[in-house]
Design a protein around this ligand. Structure first.
Ligand SMILES: NC(=O)c1ccc[n+]([C@@H]2O[C@H](COP(=O)([O-])OP(=O)(O)OC[C@H]3O[C@@H](n4cnc5c(N)ncnc54)[C@H](OP(=O)(O)O)[C@@H]3O)[C@@H](O)[C@H]2O)c1
Length: 348
């Protein structure tokens, strides 16, 4: 019999759409509270999800009797304050990605979790989607050393000023931007296969510079809706990670890994192709790319880390490793030069 973890969800976006329904479905969890900035919204969410408490008072949420864990799903720049307060109360943490808006913030999170002696997991779930899982497995089998890795995302959801309302996602100060949305997942995937990156170069752009809020106010967009990152791997090989969210015609993600021993490709029809040098490529698919299923895996891993002492996956160390590249990318973009990422080798 699995003893469920009593968990509180902080955030009414992803927290409501994905996290709460998954926790409600799994025997491993008992969602007991939910937080929104707006008290009324919090109560509505609690009623909708059938959890005991909906509140805008974070302290009240942390004081729920028997609470064991908190899932923080708020704007990136606010993760530190929520995570540190929860860890200091001895609660296990599932933190949304990226951990923070910079490496210093991510290190504060890792340090707070470590000194509280609680479990910390970072929600880099995309690499648990079946498509990406298979890319990783096949690449480990056939690719060898990297020669060229490319991850290309083409989305149309930001193509017009009215295609998505203005939120924190469009505000650089709150850690918004498509790099925090998708770029960090793609860096996480690349680092899973090729963890040693010597230097990065980067350019980002805002293609649609004004958006309307839900209250019909016009706001200037300060966070990127397109980027192109160049990676130089230690020991040779290059990586290219790109996204455009303002395309007129979106498509599924395309990933290509060309190594000295072979090739792996995820095509736009969600098929994975692979082969060693001199072999014809074989393929399987279309494969599943459900983010709900991927998050279910992260949630189960979190349970196993809390209840069975299994190593957290994705771990804080993996979160920090992405964050170091993310910081280097920001500096490279602003300063228009190659930047070496800060090493984050020792476990937190
Ligand atoms: N793992 C994944 O694949 C994945 C997917 C999507 C998002 N995420 C992550 O989840 C987190 C939240 O993203 P989201 O898409 O859920 O955002 P969202 O829909 O805008 O929800 C954000 C939550 O934070 C609150 N909030 C908004 N602005 C705030 C501010 N200035 N200070 C404090 N709280 C604020 C909102 O309050 P109200 O309740 O009042 O609106 C809401 O509860 C981010 O870290 C994002 O990267 C992860």
């Amino acid at each position: 019999m699995k003893k469920p973890i009593k968990i509180a969800v902080v955030g009414s976006g992803y927290g409501r759409k994905v996290a709460l329904p998954v926790y409600a479905e799994l025997a491993e969890f008992e969602p007991v509270a939910v937080w929104s900035r707006r008290p009324e919204r919090a109560r509505e969410l609690a009623a909708e999800a059938g959890v005991g408490l909906g509140t805008a008072d974070f302290d009240e949420l942390l004081s729920v009797p028997g609470l064991e864990a908190v899932h923080v799903a708020t704007p990136v720049a606010t993760h530190v304050q929520f995570v540190v307060a929860a860890a200091e109360r001895g609660l296990h943490i599932l933190c949304e990605k990226p951990m923070a808006d910079n490496l210093a913030g991510a290190r504060r999170i890792a340090a707070a979790i470590e000194s509280a002696g609680v479990v910390g997991v970072v929600d880099y779930e995309l690499r648990m989607e079946q498509t990406r899982q298979r890319v990783i497995e096949r690449a480990r089998e056939v690719v060898g050393r990297p020669r060229m890795v490319s991850v290309s995302l083409v989305q149309s959801d930001h193509a017009d000023p009215d295609s998505r309302p203005y939120t924190w996602v469009h505000d650089a100060q709150l850690g918004g931007g498509r790099l925090q949305g998708y770029g960090v997942h793609d860096l996480d995937l690349v680092l899973e296969l090729f963890p040693d990156i010597d230097a990065v170069a980067a350019a980002s752009d805002v293609g649609v510079p004004v958006r309307r809020t839900e209250d019909d106010e016009l706001r200037r967009v300060t966070a990127e809706d397109a980027y192109a990152l160049l990676l130089r791997f230690s020991g040779g090989g290059l990586g290219v990670v790109t996204l455009v969210a303002t395309a007129r015609h979106g498509r599924s993600d395309v990933i290509e890994i060309h190594g000295d021993e072979g090739t792996v490709r995820l095509d736009g029809d969600r098929r994975v192709w692979w082969g060693r040098a001199s072999e014809e490529l074989q393929s399987e698919g279309p494969l599943d790319a459900s983010s709900t299923k991927a998050f279910t895996q992260v949630a189960r891993n979190f349970w196993a880390a809390v209840r069975e002492g299994v190593a957290p996956d994705p771990s804080l160390q993996e979160g920090l490793r992405v964050q170091a590249i993310f910081d280097a990318v920001r500096a490279a973009d602003i300063e228009r030069r190659w930047v070496a990422p800060e090493p984050v080798t020792s476990p937190p």
